[in-house]
Design a protein around this ligand. Structure first.
Ligand code: SF4
Length: 319
C-alpha cells in the first residue's frame, strides 16, 4: 500500500542520529500550530517533536505514531524533530487571535533528550520572547526546562506564561516503572522550586491519576504538599485516559509489574477510554479537598506581565 500524508513524510524523513535504541529524524512540517477541539482550556497546541523518548507506559499520545503507520511501541524509539518550527510559528501567529491560549507540549515532552541537541522548543520560545500579549502554557516532566530559564523570564515579561511540571508520584521506584526515561520526581520538584524562585508561575500536574497506583488521597496529599513547599501555585488533576493505542503498552506493563491490578483495569477500560462519571466525580472532590488544604489553585494563574498590550485589559497581579 502506498503511503500518503504524514506516513509518507515520516518514511522519507532524513535520519539525524541513531543512538542506543533511539533514532532521531527531521520531519518536514507544514504547520506548527494545531487547533484543539472545543472545550479545551487552550485553543492551539505546539508539539516541537513527534514521539517522546521518556516512554511513559500510560502515554496517550502514542496514537500520533499510528498516524504515520508506525507501531505504538516506536513512539519512544523513533523521534521526529519538526523542521522550520520557529519560521512557521512566526508566520502562523500573524494569522490567529492574540487572546487564544497556546499550550506547548501536549503530545510530546518539549524537553525530552532530543531537545538538548535539536533545540526546537528553544527556537519556539525565542519567537514568543520577541512577542507581546500571548497566553502560553508549557508542560514538561524534565528539569532540562531550567536551561531556558532566561528565555522564559523574558517571555513572561510581555506574555502570560504558565509552566507545568508533571509529577505523577513521589515514589521514585513507581515513577521509574511508569516513566522509565523521565527525570526523577525529586529533580522535577527542584525545577519547580527554581522556576518559582525566578518569579515564574509554576503548576504541578499529577496527571494522569491512575486507579490503584497514584489515586490514594494520602499519596496525592503528599505530592500536593511537596508541590506547595517547592512554590507551585496550582495543582491539576485528571484521571487516566486510555485509548487502544495506549492500552497496547499499558496492559502488558500492568500484567508484568502489577498483575493484581490488570483485571480491574481491563474491566474499567473495556468499553471506553474514559473512566466512569462516578470515579471522576469522586476523584475531583478528593483533589479539590487537597488543593484547599494547601491553598493551591486548580488552573493557571492569570497575571499582568510587566510589558503588556493595553487593549487586553486588566489582569490580576501576582503580588
Ligand atoms: S512525557 Fe508525556 S509525551 Fe512523553 S512519553 Fe510521557 S506522557 Fe508521553
Amino acid at each position: 500500500m502506498a503511503l500518503v500524508g504524514i506516513a509518507r513524510l515520516a518514511s522519507e524523513s532524513e535520519l539525524l542520529e541513531a543512538k542506543r535504541s533511539v533514532e532521531y529524524f527531521e520531519i518536514p512540517t507544514r504547520s506548527i500550530l494545531n487547533r484543539t477541539k472545543p472545550n479545551m482550556p487552550f485553543r492551539w497546541t505546539i508539539n516541537p517533536y513527534r514521539g517522546c523518548e521518556f516512554g511513559c507506559k500510560y502515554c496517550y499520545a502514542r496514537y500520533a505514531h499510528e498516524y504515520m503507520e508506525l507501531d505504538a511501541a516506536d513512539f519512544e524509539h523513533r523521534i521526529y524533530a519538526k523542521s522550520a518550527a520557529a519560521h512557521l510559528l512566526r508566520q502562523e501567529l500573524a494569522r490567529i487571535d492574540r487572546r487564544d491560549h497556546i499550550a506547548i507540549g501536549t503530545a510530546t515532552d518539549p524537553y525530552q533528550p532530543a531537545e538538548r541537541r535539536f533545540e526546537r522548543t528553544r527556537s519556539i520560545l525565542e519567537v514568543f520572547a520577541r512577542e507581546k500579549g500571548w497566553h502560553v502554557g508549557l508542560i514538561t516532566k524534565s528539569n532540562l526546562v531550567l536551561r531556558d530559564m532566561d528565555l522564559l523570564r523574558e517571555l513572561a515579561r510581555a506574555n502570560v506564561l504558565g509552566v507545568s511540571l508533571t509529577i505523577t508520584t513521589l515514589d521514585e521506584k513507581l515513577a521509574h516503572l511508569l516513566e522509565p526515561q523521565a527525570p526523577r520526581p525529586a529533580l522535577r520538584l527542584e525545577a519547580v522550586r527554581r522556576l518559582r524562585a525566578a518569579g515564574l508561575c509554576v503548576s504541578v500536574m499529577p496527571n494522569p491519576i491512575m486507579p490503584g497506583l497514584t489515586d490514594a488521597e494520602r499519596d496525592l496529599d503528599r505530592l500536593a504538599r511537596a508541590a506547595r513547599d517547592a512554590g507551585a501555585l496550582s495543582f491539576g488533576g485528571g484521571p487516566l485516559f486510555l485509548m487502544p493505542s495506549a492500552q497496547k503498552i499499558f496492559f502488558p506493563f500492568l500484567e508484568k509489574e502489577f498483575p493484581e491490578l490488570a483485571p480491574r483495569y481491563r474491566a474499567l477500560y473495556e468499553k471506553s477510554a474514559y473512566l466512569s462519571r462516578s470515579y471522576k466525580d469522586a476523584l475531583g472532590e478528593r483533589v479539590q479537598r487537597i488543593r484547599d488544604r494547601y491553598g493551591l489553585a486548580s488552573g493557571p494563574i492569570e497575571y499582568r506581565p510587566e510589558v503588556w498590550v493595553e487593549e487586553q485589559g486588566e489582569l490580576f497581579s501576582l503580588q
